[in-house]
Design a protein. Structure first.
Length: 439
């Protein structure tokens, strides 16, 4: 059936689950060949390989090194997808192209961004963050004064509660990972622990909530439990080593690892310590998940365990039968990823994927699963489990508990509901084309 060759001394390619999923141990060895596995054209390992010819770029002096580098012009299609490309007077989103990226770090220019009131042009020399309310000593900080604190760095994803919302559609939308799941990104954030600043201000023990407010024209505000501030909140001032991007909160933002994207208030200008939540617009009307029967939870802060396959996925077709590395990202707002299961037969059987380390809590973990595609139809999906034992729900389980959109969803830009964390399935047909299906 399969023409895939295994070289002598190579690790064994024993199947762990149906439709060609191979034991992840095969990835540890060096003796297996993926793209060259068929000994097909264009590989270097056949006797027919051409002697290496000099390409035009090898024959002339190259471009002089610029001060600020940008990606190769050949990568011009690796861009964010916009929700408001004509610049209408309303909110604007940009989605991360996960199907075109590798590893776990989202490059800053491709980090997703949601701005309900546009991106303010903030002069960092003028911007201030005030901490006040139920404190002993109100305090004021500038970017410069925050920079004098001992800064800490951590990996963290930020995910909009509306990420994956098109998956509430009763019929699967035929669109990319970017359009389905592009409202989550992952970065190394550097900043000052919020607990340090709160301790300096001296919180009244009766102050159980913070109201965090941004400096954009809507002055977006969210209530945050003081406990979360002491767990792991940061006032972030760097993103992957450079100052925050304007669309990600320049010059400073609240980072609440694992909590709803919206609570990660950008352009933060005020933290008021209070004894009860504010019930602001974004924590009551917007970003509330409507449950079957029409009720909603009062608050739903944590982004639950989730994963999706990025390679292959919609728009990335398979050229020929052979060995492939199925890969994707997994994350959980409660902790570390413990395990990712992958199926190639629509969920009938599952194999455990290899996880690329280091595995950080509340951050992306990339998983890889070796797969022998025999040219027959296959349905690929992944399912993540975190170290708290939380399991990503299968679609039928999820829909039973959280419901589906009643009205037809005609565009991936719609937000019929919030907090979708079920599985995503890709059906590969006999030609290697990938479709979005519900398995
Ligand atoms: N001040 C302010 N903070 C904000 C927003 C905003 O519009 N203004 N958008 C929120 C939303 S809805 C999300 S999902 C996250 C997105 O963070 P990012 O734009 O850095 O990806 O920021 C949140 N913080
Ligand atoms: Mo959001």
């Amino acid at each position: 059936m399969s023409k895939v060759r295994r070289r002598r001394g190579a690790p064994s390619l024993d199947d762990v689950a149906g439709n060609g999923l191979i034991n992840r141990r095969a990835l540890l060895g060096s003796g297996i060949s993926f793209a060259g596995a068929l000994g097909a054209t264009g590989t270097m390992n056949g006797a027919a390989a051409e002697p290496l010819a000099d390409a035009p770029w090898s024959l002339e002096f190259g471009q002089i090194t610029p001060a600020l580098q940008t990606p190769s012009p050949f990568e011009k299609d690796v861009t964010r997808a916009l929700s408001n490309p004509n610049g209408e007077f309303r909110n604007s989103h940009a989605r991360t192209p996960h199907q075109l990226l590798g590893g776990t770090v989202t490059p800053n220019a491709l980090h997703f961004s949601i701005n309900h009131c546009g991106i303010p042009n903030i002069d960092p020399a003028q911007h201030k963050l005030v901490i006040h309310g139920m404190v002993r000593q109100p305090l004021e900080f500038t970017l410069e004064s925050l920079s004098r604190y001992p800064l800490v760095s951590r990996m963290a994803f930020v995910e909009c509660a509306g990420n994956s919302a098109p998956m509430f559609s009763k019929v699967p939308l035929q669109t990319t990972v970017q359009m389905l799941h592009g409202l989550v990104s992952n970065s190394e954030w550097t900043g000052v622990p919020l607990s340090m600043l709160l301790d300096e201000a001296g919180i009244d023990p009766k102050g159980k909530w913070l109201i965090a407010e941004g400096a954009d024209a809507q002055m977006l505000d969210r209530s945050v439990p003081v406990k979360k501030a002491y767990d792991d909140a940061l006032i972030a001032i760097y993103q992957n080593g450079e100052r925050l991007m304007p669309g990600n909160g320049y010059p400073m933002r609240l980072l609440l690892p694992g909590y709803q994207g919206n609570m990660n208030v950008k352009f933060i200008r005020r933290i008021k310590v209070v004894d009860q939540p504010a019930y602001s617009y974004f924590e009551t009307k917007n970003y509330s998940q409507i449950l079957p029967g029409g009720k909603t939870w009062r608050f739903h802060f944590v982004m639950e365990v989730k994963s999706f396959i990025t390679h292959p996925s919609f728009g990335l077709s398979l050229k020929e039968p052979g060995l492939y590395a199925i890969s994707g990202v997994a994350y959980s707002g409660t902790g570390r990823i413990a395990k990712v299961l992958v199926s190639a037969d629509g969920g009938k059987s599952w194999g455990e994927a290899a996880l690329q380390g280091p595995i950080h809590e509340k951050a992306f973990t990339r998983f890889v699963m070796p797969w022998r595609w025999d040219g027959q139809p296959a349905t690929l999906l992944s399912r993540a489990i975190d170290d708290g034992g939380n399991v990503q729900p299968l679609r039928a389980e999820f829909v039973a508990q959280r419901g589906e959109a009643e009205k037809p969803v005609t565009t991936p830009l719609a937000f019929p509901n919030q907090h979708y964390n079920s599985t995503t399935s890709w059906a590969v047909d006999g030609k290697g084309e990938v479709k979005h299906v519900y398995a």
